[in-house]
Design a protein around this ligand. Structure first.
Ligand code: KG4
Ligand code: ZN
Length: 345
């Protein structure tokens, strides 16, 4: 049997634990989602999230281990996200990981959540470092980040571009609110966009000459469009009139197209400029079907995109990333602390 890493992820609103063998073989991936808990507030409430992590973490660890036919004492390394994220959420995962590593007498490895999203790509069919090989151009798009990153080797990153305002996932979530769709907004926008005729168009912020993004303008443009068409604001508690369904579908689709278009063009430009050998997509927004399709369709290079369940937050990606860190000699002491503002590159 190979090296079994248990990965713990509690940076936001998923209590997630996965077991990965040798950095590539997914043995288990258990996710206790808090989506329904936060949906009524239209976004993640940090206080509610941290309390729920405390309730869920032990059963989720137990399930992740038992699901792959192991017992805790067969875990070789414990890995955990220590940032970026919500402080109160991160600390539950970190303290659990420390307690486990100490009790089992195994190494503890701290992982940057963003790096974890990139390493989800190592859980697919191929190992990106071997096929197509470094450097890899990565688009990391989640609720908190939209970064273009050049990965030059394991643990070696160059930040090429980032959002100057909203993250793509955040923009999807806000757009959904404008259109009276539920939280999280990304999957909802994708769902209602299906079958749209392409009747509406929203602007794109190209941020010419840079590899940066800006999504707040298109969000405002959507708001103005929704106001002009009478879709926003919706009456308190009113069910939406049926004739609005068509309008919402067209507006959601125009919004999705605008974001997907910009992210696709910028990722391909980054890959070209920095002579990447392949592309990686990661983060919750990489679960978007339209984004996955467009990048795969237009890229002259191999594109590696994890299955949707490994794009959104999960513990397996943390375990996969920790395997490579451990191989290169990284190991933390029990003094490891959370770092809510941690960045990459
Ligand atoms: O990576 P993630 O699970 O958590 C963070 O680290 O933020 O990303 C969550 C974000 C949310 O904003 C959600 O709306 C977005 O990812 N998302 C999507 C889709 N699925 C999740 N956005 C667009 N299309 C999707 N299918
Ligand atoms: Zn994430």
């Amino acid at each position: 049997m190979g090296l079994k890493v248990l990965g713990i992820e509690t940076s936001c609103d998923e209590t997630a634990v996965g077991v990965v063998e040798d950095g590539r073989h997914l043995r288990s991936n258990i996710i206790a989602s808090q989506v329904e808990l936060h949906a009524r507030y239209g976004g993640v409430v940090p206080e509610v999230a941290s309390r729920q992590h405390i309730r869920d973490i032990v059963p989720v660890v137990e399930r992740a281990v038992s699901e792959c036919g192991l017992t805790l004492d067969q875990v070789d390394v414990v890995a955990v996200t220590y940032g970026p994220g919500l402080g109160g959420s991160l600390i539950t995962g970190l303290n659990t990981a420390k307690a486990l590593a100490y009790a089992l007498g195994v190494p503890l490895v701290g992982v940057n959540h963003l790096e974890g999203h990139i390493y989800a790509a190592w859980l697919s069919q191929q190992l990106p470092d071997e096929d197509p090989g470094f450097p890899l151009a990565c688009l990391l798009a989640s609720g908190g980040h939209t970064d273009l990153i050049l990965m030059e080797g394991h643990g070696v990153y160059k930040l090429l571009g980032r959002t100057r305002d909203d993250a793509a996932g955040e923009a999807f979530d806000k757009a959904a609110r404008i259109l009276s769709l539920s939280f999280p907004g990304g999957p909802e926008i994708q769902r209602v966009s299906q079958g749209a005729a392409g009747e509406e168009h929203l602007p794109r912020a190209w941020m010419k000459g840079t590899l940066d993004f800006s999504f707040s303008g298109v969000k405002t443009a959507l708001l103005h469009m929704a106001q002009a068409k009478g879709v926003y604001p919706s009456g308190p508690g009113d069910p939406r009139p049926a004739e609005f369904d068509h309008l919402v579908r067209e507006m959601a689709s125009a919004f999705q197209e605008s974001l997907v278009d910009v992210m696709t063009v910028k990722l391909l430009e980054a890959a070209d400029r920095y002579h990447a050998r392949g592309l990686i997509l990661g983060g919750g927004v990489a679960a978007n079907t339209w984004l996955r399709r467009e990048i795969t369709r237009l890229s002259p290079l191999p594109v590696i995109i994890p299955p949707p369940v490994l794009c959104t937050d999960n513990g397996a990606m943390i375990a996969a990333c920790a395997y490579y860190k451990y191989q290169s000699g990284q190991e933390e002491g029990l003094a490891l602390d959370i770092d809510p503002g941690l960045s990459l590159g």
